[in-house]
Write a protein that binds this ligand. Structure first.
Ligand SMILES: Cc1cc2nc3c(=O)[nH]c(=O)nc-3n(C[C@H](O)[C@H](O)[C@H](O)COP(=O)(O)OP(=O)(O)OC[C@H]3O[C@@H](n4cnc5c(N)ncnc54)[C@H](O)[C@@H]3O)c2cc1C
Length: 584
């Protein structure tokens, strides 16, 4: 007999586990979340928080979104990625990033009601965890997952209370492995992985120092410092990352993984800090040093029976593009509503299989992109002449050569400009962040062809209502002046149907199908003198259906199904779509 029973046991309270707990509790699902440590993240690892993640927080509630902005460094200060020889030294070039270039800013404003920001993990985790616990999650800290077994009805998990050493069991209908990059749950569930771990070594040096005079005039989150001869392979590229402007910082510095994990003492850490800042006697308050490895691995299946893994447990990659915590939270948004419907008996367990079909391709995509982004520093090194020699004097000479008045130097200057500009694929890849489209049985194709991407799909978000895509955001208004995003009108654990004038049959159909299937389905009618006004015409341009058509949107704001115009058998059509999604 298990000591405790619950519907969903979540291992890990990082961004994935806490988001999952918060969403399940918001949907009224009983859950227990455990963490082997006594508290949440103690270092500010993840920070870049993209618009899609902010949409998940907004879906959790206005107060959750507002609190994130309260603690975050605003987008405007995320500004220019700087390439320099030290913070106090020469600047080699810069790239407007994270939606701060005017063109990118416009694309961001058009894409979402939410704003990208820099929210350190030390703020994101407590926010999600607090939301979860305040809405019903039972949480146990200092509690370690040991192993699990599953049968046809549920999962029995053995945990250890790290304070008393006592082991106990939890019986749950489902088990979530959100236990990070060294996931034991994924290992025990025998999830298949592609790629490899430990392809590079890095250390984080956390410190406090007032660096305003070197950075405040060129605000950024990331300052890349290139110092010939200072590290592995002759190229010392260190990252000085802003944690709080402009007195709290984290340096990311590589080490040669073939030589094993280095012992980093205070003197070494201080030297790295002062070298990269470029001020030998800089007053520094050293806070912590930790090491981590660069990984290149993803699960090709994210579940086994009643065990579902998410976050770094299933995608293990470097911080490039800032995708880790974002994707972890978005995994939870994909699975939580499905689990909720299945546990409430409203959907067949087959719906859960769509988590694999929809999220495993994303895991592969982001791991590949993040690792590719590391490779794409190569052209910058090459253009600066840092790959032609390992002799620091020659390397410095090659860098200096770009200042000469020769055709070769002019070509070098152009190569440097192009190589830095190409890093937009890491630092302003709006499409990577927003273009996720799903294909699975939880999406019903309407027979139309998927719209091809007209611009680079990694760089540019392209809105569409093609089934499987995230519902496009546009602002709508009530006659009384209330303003809401289309995304505000859906989500929150329920299905939503959008229609317009002439689509009255869909309203009746939606009410009938919701009652039959026992699911929550909200209807919004958009048009003159209707519930919602499309004064700007933005909705008419975005919806890709006629006034009388219908869009069925899933609880995670992805389009489930659409009809171009009203149909004589509207109820039949909608019923078929809904049953297919619910696996009934
Ligand atoms: C330097 C750096 C910068 C980064 N920058 C970004 C960024 O800008 N944007 C971004 O999105 N991501 C970034 N990341 C990645 C991000 O930190 C991770 O992707 C994210 O933390 C993954 O969340 P998770 O919940 O899956 O796992 P984790 O955050 O690793 O959480 C795992 C949880 O499981 C618990 N746990 C583990 N094993 C057990 C066990 N046996 N029993 C009980 N509990 C257990 C842990 O205590 C923890 O609570 C960065 C990472 C680094 C190192």
């Amino acid at each position: 007999m298990a000591s405790i029973s619950t519907d969903v046991l979540i291992i890990g309270t990082g961004p994935a586990g806490s988001a999952m707990a918060a969403l399940l509790s918001s949907y009224g699902i009983e859950n227990l979340a455990v963490n082997r440590y006594r508290w949440l993240a103690n270092t500010p690892r993840a920070h870049i928080t993209n618009q899609r993640t902010m949409e998940v927080l907004r879906d959790l509630g206005e107060e959750v979104e507002a609190e994130a902005y309260l603690h975050a460094t605003a987008q405007a200060l995320m500004g220019n990625n700087i390439f320099c020889t030290s913070l106090a030294g020469e600047e080699l070039g810069r790239l407007p990033t994270w939606g701060t270039h005017p063109l990118s800013k416009a694309a961001h404003l058009l894409a979402s009601p939410c704003v990208m920001n820099d929210l350190p993990q030390t703020f994101m985790e407590p926010l999600l965890f607090k939301t979860a616990c305040s809405r019903g999650t039972q949480a146990r800290m200092s509690t370690e997952y040991l192993h699990h077994t599953q049968d046809a009805d549920g999962v029995t998990t053995t945990l250890r209370d790290r304070l008393s050493g006592a082991e106990f069991t939890v019986r749950s209908r489902y088990l979530i492995g959100a236990d990070g990059g060294n996931s034991l749950v994924a290992e025990h569930a025998q999830l298949p992985f592609a790629g490899s771990m430990g392809v590079g070594g890095s250390m984080n040096i956390l410190f406090k120092a007032d660096l305003s005079r070197y950075v405040a005039h060129r605000p950024s989150v990331l300052y890349w410092v290139l110092q010939p001869g200072s590290n592995v392979g002759g190229i010392g590229m260190g990252l000085v990352r802003m944690i709080r402007p402009w007195n709290e910082w984290l340096i990311v510095w590589g080490y040669d993984i073939t030589q094993g994990e280095p012992q980093v003492d205070e003197a070494f850490a201080l030297k790295v800090v002062r070298d990269l800042v470029g001020v030998p006697d800089l007053p520094v308050e050293l806070q912590s040093v930790s090491t981590w490895t660069v990984n290149n691995q993803y699960a090709t299946r994210m579940s086994n029976g009643r065990v579902f893994c998410m976050g770094d447990a299933t995608h293990r990659h470097p911080p490039s593009n800032g995708l880790g915590s974002n994707t972890s939270i978005q995994d939870a948004f994909n699975l939580a509503w499905k689990l909720s419907l299945v546990l409430k008996g409203q959907a067949d367990p087959a719906l859960l299989e769509t988590y694999n079909a929809e999220r495993a391709p994303i895991a592969k995509q982001i791991v590949t992109r993040a690792n590719q982004s590391i490779e794409e520093f190569g052209p910058i090194f090459k253009a600066l002449g840092l790959l032609d020699s390992v002799d620091p004097v020659t390397m410095q000479h090659n860098m200096d050569a770009r200042c000469e008045a020769t055709p070769a130097a002019e070509a070098q200057r152009e190569a440097i400009r192009q190589a830095i500009a190409f890093k937009v694929y890491e630092f302003d890849a709006h499409g990577v962040e927003m273009n996720q489209r799903y294909q699975s049985s939880a999406v019903v194709n309407d027979g139309s062809a998927e719209p091809a991407f007209t611009r680079d799909r990694e760089l540019h978000y392209q809105a569409t209502t093609f089934p499987g895509a995230r519902l496009p955001h546009v602002w709508l208004y009530t006659a009384q002046g209330r303003k809401a995003s289309t995304l505000d009108l859906c989500g929150k654990g329920r299905f939503t149907l959008f229609t317009g004038i002439g689509g009255e049959a869909w309203v009746a159909a939606a009410n009938a199908v919701a009652a039959e299937c026992g699911v929550a389905l909200t209807v919004h009618v958009i048009g003159p003198r209707c519930e919602w006004q499309d004064y700007s015409g933005d909705w008419a341009r975005a919806r890709e259906i006629t006034d009388s058509g219908a869009l069925l949107v899933r609880p995670d704001q992805h389009v489930a199904w659409r009809a171009g115009a009203v149909m004589s058998d509207a109820a039949h059509q909608l019923r078929a779509a809904m049953r297919s999604i619910l696996g009934k």
